[in-house]
Design a protein around this ligand. Structure first.
Ligand code: SF4
Length: 326
């Protein structure tokens, strides 16, 4: 599969007071045409910060310019001008957010907002632009698109608003779609509909998807490849099969163990003890060591290297110093 976006050693810091704190620390992965890579971890691990760094839409200050490389069409997106980057956002790399209202304007009808995209990004006007908007609404299975065209965002349900957002992001047929917790705010049945829609559109249009989620069920449904993040760093990455089979890193194991089982009482859920540390107080050594049931002396000091444990499968955990999983 063709590689469409390469992220190499991406690092972003926030300047808070007189100090700089990393929020994304040395993340690397590749996105491939027609495949979905899930970036997984609890809230506060740096997943959304990774996406916002790729898109260069973090407010600065407090964010400092990211370092590393984000390669798209032989260009490092971290180095191009803001004007070039603006063209790439929307035209080539689209993004949808958890809360569609953060991107939809409440005072314009959805038709007008989609027409604006057709005009500004595709140079279409009049009947041609209107047809493009109708096609986009049909693609995302909005019923009665001619009627819905005139609706304002508040007249649509959460699932419908998310579909409009997807339509807006896909109108320019981007090579990459970044979806940040796209279904978290939706109820379970609508969640499944939106995820299925994204899968169908990916098959039809062949884009690469970077899916940000904390939900292993969504990963199971959608992902081909997985990067697990913890406290600003990637801690395990491989194919979905490898990760689901081995759950090599103790944090990944904890994420799986905390999935609710059918008929399991709420008080018996196996949660990972403790919480994600603040970026201002990251533990030394392996950032997970205060929560890890297997912690050893070596874990408390120094950087944990990446240990390869299979083909294109690695983890940052001292338990794997001399182990392979395949
Ligand atoms: Fe646990 Fe040590 Fe592995 Fe970190 S490096 S996850 S503390 S065993």
């Amino acid at each position: 599969m063709e590689q469409v976006l390469q992220v190499k050693n991406l690092t972003t810091c926030l300047r808070l007071g007189k100090n700089d704190f990393p929020v994304v620390n040395g993340i690397s992965f590749n996105l491939h045409q027609g495949r979905t890579l899930a970036l997984v971890g609890e809230s506060g691990c740096g997943k959304s910060m990774t996406a916002l760094s790729i898109m260069r839409i973090l407010p600065s200050p407090p964010a400092l310019p990211s370092t590393g490389e984000v390669i798209y069409c032989d260009k490092n997106l971290l180095k191009i001008s803001e004007g070039e980057m603006r063209d790439i956002r929307g035209n080539n790399i689209g993004m949808i957010f958890q809360d569609p209202m953060s991107s939809l304007n409440p005072v314009y009808s959805i038709g007008d907002q989609l027409l604006e995209v057709a005009e500004a990004h595709l140079g279409l006007y009049g009947d041609e632009a209107e047809q493009k908007v109708m096609d986009a609404l049909e693609d995302v299975r909005i019923p009665d698109p001619k009627v819905r065209f005139h609706d304002y965002p508040h007249q649509l349900s959460g699932g419908m608003k998310q579909r409009v957002m997807i339509a807006m992001s896909l109108m320019c047929e981007p090579d990459v779609l970044i979806a940040d917790e796209p279904t978290t705010a939706l109820d379970v049945t609508i969640q499944a509909q939106v995820l299925n829609l994204m899968k169908d559109l990916q098959q039809k249009k062949g884009m690469a998807i970077l899916l940000i989620t904390h939900d292993m069920g969504v990963v199971a449904d959608m992902a081909d490849d997985v990067v697990v993040m913890y406290a600003t760093k990637e801690i395990e990455k491989g194919s979905k099969r490898q990760i689901f089979q081995h759950k090599a890193h103790p944090y990944t194991e904890g994420l799986f163990n905390s999935l609710p089982q059918v008929h399991q009482p709420k008080e018996k859920l196996n949660v990972i003890s403790g919480s994600v540390p603040s970026i201002k107080k990251l533990p030394t050594g392996c950032h997970f060591h205060p929560r890890c049931p297997y912690v050893m002396e070596v874990c408390r000091q120094g950087e944990v290297p990446d240990f390869p444990i299979g083909e294109e499968y690695s983890t940052k955990c001292w338990l794997y110093k001399e182990k392979t999983c395949e």
